[in-house]
Design a protein around this ligand. Structure first.
Ligand code: CP
Ligand code: NVA
Length: 308
């Protein structure tokens, strides 16, 4: 039924043409779902969802998305597989591929996801690692397109911790003609080697500065995320001290372009990386972002199965 397997571990796995085509496909799927005529190409298909970290949006948007496409989702925690300890990643990959047509995984190390993808005959989707959160950023690009009718020729500012979300934005700048600015401290820099590899043959630009105002100035989109990600909550106090001046508040918003979109992947810590006034304010699109996880990930899944 499906032509070939593709893994989706990073936005940089795609070409620009893939990204733009899947963006349009996601919008069609959203319209079809809202009209109650979502196609069911996953009828009789199984997706394994492996989660080693908590999740509201990602887990539910994949579960609901698989179901709306006609398939079935199996939720698996580390209690069942204890990846790499109870048995090797290679064996888990080969066993799961006998039951599931698609594997979605949220875990710590990107290298574990790469190893799983190497051994699995079923396609593997990265649902967040410490390194990247590609599904999030693709669906966020969809939200930007819906609001601004373009996803290029714009300044996108990311303020705060140079984490997985920041790095997936850097991967997006490889494919899209965006002017990406990351405002962060040297201690929370997303990684110079990563930046270099994303800038190789990049279509967009990436500027990393410790000046939050320079990052925010004239931005069409301003984005932030928690200052301490899952798996590194031990750094919460240190990051809170370091990142104080990168908080998205009304003072910083004054420097952005008129109508600047406010984005956050959620969950948020109101009062820390963003004030309640800004995340719940008129420019915020955070719940549209959450909704679009459902639609964007459907086209990611179908692309992985060679069906989009
Ligand atoms: N944004 C996001 O990935 O949320 P969850 O951690 O709830 O899945
Ligand atoms: N950077 C955050 C994103 C959560 C969706 C984390 O990894 O915890």
């Amino acid at each position: 039924m499906f032509a070939e397997k593709h893994d989706f571990l990073s936005i940089a796995d795609w070409t620009r043409a893939d990204l733009l085509r899947l963006l349009q496909h996601s919008i069609v799927l959203k319209d079809q779902t809202r009209a109650g005529v979502c196609p069911q190409p996953l009828l009789g298909r199984e997706a394994a969802l492996i989660f080693h970290k908590p999740s509201l949006r990602t887990r539910l948007s994949f579960e609901v998305g698989v179901r709306q496409l006609g398939g079935n989702a199996m939720f698996i925690t580390n209690q069942e597989i204890d990846l790499g300890r109870r048995e090797s990643i290679a064996d888990v990959a080969r066993v799961l591929s006998r039951y599931a047509d698609l594997i979605v995984i949220r875990t710590y190390k990107q290298s574990d996801v790469e190893e799983l993808a190497h051994w699995a005959s079923a396609p593997v989707i990265n649902a967040l690692t410490d390194l990247e959160h590609p599904c999030q950023i693709f669906c966020d690009i969809m939200t930007i397109y819906e609001k601004l009718r373009t996803v290029e020729d714009m300044k996108i500012a990311y303020l705060g911790d140079g984490n997985n979300v920041a790095r997936s934005w850097m991967a997006a700048a490889k494919l899209l003609d965006i002017d990406l600015w990351i405002g962060t401290r040297p201690e929370t820099h997303p990684g110079r080697d990563f930046q270099e590899s994303m800038l190789e043959n990049a279509r967009g630009s990436i500027t990393i500065t410790d000046d939050p105002v320079a990052a925010a100035r004239g931005a069409d989109v301003i984005y932030t995320d928690v200052w301490a990600s899952m798996g590194e909550k031990d750094k919460a106090d240190e990051h809170a001290r370091l990142l104080e001046s990168y908080r998205l508040d009304s003072r910083l918003m004054q420097h952005t372009a008129p109508g600047c979109l406010v984005m956050h992947c959620l969950p948020a810590e109101r009062g820390q990386e963003i004030t309640g006034e800004i995340i719940d304010g008129p420019n915020s699109v955070v719940f549209d972002q959450a909704e679009n996880r459902l639609h964007g990930q459907k086209s990611i899944m179908l692309w992985c199965l060679g069906a989009a």
